[in-house]
Design a protein around this ligand. Structure first.
Ligand code: COA
Length: 378
C-alpha cells in the first residue's frame, strides 16, 4: 500500500460484482459459472465452456450443436477486411494485427456493434474469426496457402489447422481444446478489466475487445509464455537451470511463468497444463521442455517459497504450443483467441447492469503553484 493509503495496482480491491468466474487464491480453486475448472478441462470442450460463460449454464446437446454450427459458419472474414489485412507488413507483430483486425471488423460489420444483449452476435463473430485472422496473417508471412473455413472442424482443431497448415492430431486437438478452456476467463484480470471499463462507457463490444487485446499484449499479462520459451532457450540444458535461475534472481529479474496477483499457491491451470506438456512431449518424443520446466520449478520454489512464487498457467502453455510447431510470437494471440470468450461474457454482463467505471486518484502532486509566464521560465 502506498503512503497515501492507495492500494497500488488495485491489489485486493473489489471493483464489481460478477457471476462469471470465481477464484480462491488461497486454495488454488477456479470456477467458471460455478463449475470447477478441473472438471471442465477433463470433460468439456471449448465450445461448451464458451456457451457456459456467455449464457450462464451448460448447453443441451441441441444448444451445443447450434453454437458449433454458428461458430463454424462465422469463420470467414469480410473480403474487404481481408484485403486490408493483407496490406499490413508481414513483419508486423501478430498482436498488433489482431487489434487492428478486431477494430476493422467493427467497421465492416457495424450491425453487430450496438451495445446491449444483441452484442452476443459480436461475441460469436469475434470468437469464430480470431483463428482466421491469426492463421491468415501467419500463413501470408510464411508464403503458405490461405486458411479455408473447414466447417467440420471443432474450434480447437480449426485454430490448430489455421496456424499449422495441417489438421492437428487428436491428441494435439485435445491439448489445444484444454488450453483454450483454461485461458477462457479469469475474473477481473487486467485485460478483462480494460474490456469492462470500455463497455461501461456504453461503448461497443468490438471497442472493448480492442482495449483488452492492447492490455493482454504486455509481458506481465499475456506475453509471459513467450518469455518463458526465451528463458528455456537461454538455459538450454537441465544442468544449467540452477545457475541461470539463481543469476536471474540475484539480478532481481522476474522469472516468467511464476507468481500471480491472486493465487498464493500453484495456479490450478498450471497443474492441468503441466500434464498436457508431458503428454504432448511424450507423443512427440521430446521431453526436453518438460524436464527443463520441472527443474526450473524446483529451483524457483525452493528458493522463493516465502514469497509464494509458484507456477502460473504461462509456464506450461508455451511448451505445448512449441512442440506442436506454433511460433512463439503467436502464443499471446492464441491466448486472446480463447480469452475473447471471457472478455465478451464480461462485456455482456456489464451491459446488463451498467454503471460507468470511473475510480478516483489520490492526488500527491503540488498545489497552489503560481503560473510563470513563458518568457520568464528558465
Ligand atoms: N519472479 C521473481 N520474483 C517475483 C516474481 C517472479 N515471477 N513475481 C513476483 N516476484 C517478487 C517481486 O519481485 C516482489 O519481491 P519484493 O517483495 O522483494 O519486491 C514480490 O515477489 C511480490 O511481487 P509483486 O510484483 O508485488 O507481485 P504482483 O502481484 O504485482 O505480481 C505478477 C504478479 C504476475 C505481475 C508477477 O508475479 C510477475 O511479474 N510474474 C511474471 C510474469 C508472469 O508470469 N505473468 C503471467 C501471470 S498469469
Amino acid at each position: 500500500m502506498a503512503a497515501s493509503g492507495v492500494q497500488r495496482g488495485l491489489e485486493d480491491v473489489v471493483a464489481l460484482e460478477s457471476r462469471i468466474c470465481f477464484i480462491d487464491g488461497k486454495l488454488g480453486r477456479l470456477l467458471y459459472r460455478g463449475y470447477d475448472i478441473r472438471d471442465l478441462a477433463a470433460h468439456a470442450t471449448f465450445e461448451e465452456v464458451a456457451y457456459l460463460l456467455w449464457y450462464g449454464h451448460l448447453p443441451t446437446v441441441a444448444q451445443l450443436a447450434e453454437l458449433r454450427h454458428r461458430l463454424a459458419s462465422l469463420r470467414a472474414l469480410p473480403p474487404d477486411l481481408a484485403r486490408e489485412l493483407d496490406a499490413l507488413p508481414a513483419t508486423a507483430e501478430p498482436m498488433d494485427v489482431l487489434r487492428t483486425a478486431v477494430s476493422g471488423l467493427a467497421i465492416f460489420e457495424p450491425a453487430e456493434t450496438t451495445p446491449g444483449p444483441s452484442s452476443i452476435g459480436g461475441a460469436l463473430r469475434l470468437t469464430a474469426a480470431l483463428p482466421t485472422i491469426l492463421g491468415s496473417f501467419h500463413r501470408r508471412r510464411n508464403h503458405l496457402p490461405p486458411v479455408e473455413a473447414r466447417p467440420k472442424l471443432s474450434h480447437a482443431a480449426y485454430l490448430g489447422y489455421a496456424l499449422l497448415n495441417r489438421e492437428p492430431s487428436e491428441l494435439e486437438t485435445r491439448a489445444v481444446d484444454v488450453a483454450l478452456i483454461l485461458h477462457a476467463d479469469h475474473e477481473l484480470n487486467a485485460s478483462t478489466f480494460a474490456a469492462r471499463v470500455t463497455a461501461s462507457t456504453l461503448s461497443d463490444l468490438y471497442s472493448a475487445v480492442t482495449s483488452a487485446i492492447g492490455t493482454l499484449k504486455g509481458p506481465l499479462h499475456g506475453g509471459a509464455n513467450e518469455r518463458v520459451m526465451e528463458m528455456l532457450d537461454e538455459i538450454d540444458t537441465v544442468d544449467r537451470v540452477e545457475t541461470v535461475i539463481r543469476e536471474k534472481l540475484a539480478r532481481h529479474e522476474r522469472i516468467m511463468g511464476f507468481g500471480h496477483r491472486v493465487y498464493k499457491v500453484e495456479d490450478p491451470r498450471a497443474t492441468i497444463l503441466r500434464e498436457w506438456a508431458r503428454k504432448v512431449g511424450e507423443a512427440k518424443g521430446n521431453l526436453r521442455y518438460y524436464q527443463l520446466l520441472q527443474k526450473v520449478v524446483e529451483v524457483v520454489e525452493l528458493g522463493h517459497r516465502e514469497k509464494g512464487l509458484y507456477p502460473n498457467l504461462d509456464l506450461y502453455s508455451g511448451s505445448v504450443y512449441s512442440l506442436m510447431g506454433v511460433p512463439h510470437d503467436l502464443f499471446t494471440p492464441v491466448f486472446a483467441a480463447s480469452r475473447v470468450v471471457g472478455w465478451t461474457a464480461h462485456v455482456l454482463e456489464e451491459y446488463e447492469d451498467l454503471r460507468l467505471i470511473r475510480p478516483s486518484a489520490a492526488y500527491v502532486g503540488p498545489t497552489d503553484l503560481a503560473y510563470v509566464p513563458l518568457a520568464q521560465r528558465t
